[in-house]
Design a protein around this ligand. Structure first.
Ligand code: PHE
Length: 415
């Protein structure tokens, strides 16, 4: 149960950590590539609908459950509906937390590779910013079997060290400082992109919705993106809200989180798409989109190496503040449901993510021909967790709050 040692200490700490969980690769890597593949403006429109009409209420629901019970998701459901069979939701969220942590760590590993290339071999890695050079740079890295795996492992080890320190000491401190810095840097890049020759075309692609493009797959993709980006549907925000004190205003926190999260995704789109059209790239390039477009932006800037290092550093930090929130779901579960000490719970979580993360990393290389339902392991993990498990989880949480929670409890929590 939450006590004073395990609560976020300040109001800024609460916002910075929930925004820290929400803002991450989902906004800066996943949003531009999903929007690029699904028609730009049409995707954004549906995404906004899911974020504000469905996401914010579900976020409030997760906050209410978490703060009221002070428990992990399984314990929370058990406490609120004793003797009823809601505990399976705890297992579902455990599986999806470890699933997301696994493939996410691979992409976070890519940002580390690009950070190190910026710092130590900028001129040889990014000097030739042509499409074919950047494409083959990414492909030769991602399809190799060694470096992506090593970066994934290293990234997960970094998570371990933040997580064993505990929630308030580790997570809150990191988030307070780095989230505002990331925001400022993105703003600077966005202004730079607005002066590019392809700016008008890029902005039109991002903001002008072509309604004929709204197909079932765009709707499913945008729904998955909205839940993924707000860290919803797997009890992540239940777990974090367990560390809120009773004075944290839940609706305000939910709305602020959704606005900041959306702003970062839109900023990322406003950075990437003008560049996509300026440098004649394909918006539908897929997961490698930002890794093939950002270096062209850096190459066109004075002090490109500095900008590039800074952006990849902050991307790495943004990933870290998201992955620690995913890992915290599983750690809180093992600690409270299996009475495990925190260190062992952390070790177990990181080890499981490492195992599956290595498989995801290899699915670009020697395991690329292994397809399940026509998808590589990486794509399968991404698709099943984001587009299937998170929406189901969000639905279950909504039904639970709507039907099982006594109304007075709900209104007193929310006001
Ligand atoms: N919201 C995070 C992001 O956008 C990802 C995430 C998903 C974090 C689920 C926690 C739980 O990067």
């Amino acid at each position: 149960m939450a006590n004073s040692n395990t609560q976020f200490t300040t109001r800024l700490g609460v916002i910075a950590t929930t925004v820290g969980s929400a803002v991450g690769l989902g906004n800066i890597w996943r949003f531009p590539y999903e929007a690029g593949m699904h028609g730009g403006g049409a995707f954004l429109l549906v995404d906004l609908f899911f974020i504000f009409i469905i996401g914010v209420p579900v976020l409030c629901a997760e906050f209410v459950i978490g703060r009221h019970t002070g428990a992990n998701i399984r314990g929370a459901f058990r406490a609120l509906a004793p003797g009823q069979r809601w505990g399976w939701m705890g297992y579902l969220s455990l599986i999806s937390a470890i699933g997301i942590l696994s493939f996410y760590s691979v992409v976070a590993g890519w940002t580390l590779e690009y950070l190190f290339a910026s710092l130590f071999s900028y001129s040889s890695s990014f000097a030739d910013a042509s499409e074919s050079a950047l494409h083959s740079r990414f492909a030769s890295f991602a399809t190799s079997d060694v470096r992506p795996v090593l970066w994934t492992i290293l990234f997960l080890i970094a998570n371990y060290f933040v997580l064993v320190r505990g929630v308030t000491k580790g997570i809150e401190k990191v988030s307070n400082w780095l989230m505002p810095l990331l925001f400022i840097l993105l703003l600077a890049f966005c202004i730079n992109s607005l002066f590019m020759p392809g700016a008008a075309e890029g902005l039109r692609f991002l903001f002008y919705p072509d309604f004929s493009q709204i197909t079932p797959s765009v709707i499913l993709g945008a729904m998955g993106q909205a839940f993924f980006s707000l860290s919803l549907g797997l009890g992540c925000m239940v777990t974090y809200a367990a560390y809120f004190n009773s004075r944290v205003p839940l609706i305000k926190t939910a709305v602020t989180t959704a606005i900041l999260d959306t702003l970062v995704a839109i900023l990322a789109g406003m950075i990437i798409f003008p560049a996509v059209f300026t440098f004649a790239r394909q918006p539908a390039a897929g997961p490698q989109l930002i890794f093939e477009v950002l270096p062209s932006i850096f190459a066109s800037l004075p002090a490109g190496r500095l900008w590039s290092s800074l952006l990849f550093l902050l991307l790495f930090i943004a990933s870290l503040t998201s992955t620690i929130s995913m890992a915290e779901i599983s750690i809180a579960f093992f600690q409270q449901e299996c009475s495990m000490p925190r260190r062992r719970a952390t070790l177990l979580t990181i080890a499981a993510a490492m195992f599956f993360g290595i498989l995801c990393a290899l699915s670009f290389g020697s395991l690329s021909s292994l397809k399940i339902f026509g998808l590589t392991i990486f794509n399968l993990f991404d698709y099943v967790t984001s587009n299937i498990i998170l929406p189901i989880g969000a639905l279950v949480i909504s039904i639970f709050v709507g039907w099982k929670l006594p109304l007075p409890l709900l209104t007193s929590s929310i006001s």
